[in-house]
Design a protein around this ligand. Sequence first.
Ligand SMILES: [Zn+2]
Length: 58
Amino acid sequence: MSGARGRCMVCGRERELSGGMCEECKAKIREEAVGKQKRIKDEAEKELRKKGVPPDKS
Ligand SMILES: [Zn+2]
């Protein structure tokens, strides 16, 4: 499903869209999502260490 042109719902520019947004915005959102997940994971590990639970060594 590529090649459909339209207005990106994120940046509002006329682009080839995939899933309602242009590749540029899609990549940006993906990056942000990955960064957020990493931060949440880091926080969780910090909490575990504070409680004396060793990190998973499997
Ligand atoms: Zn866009």
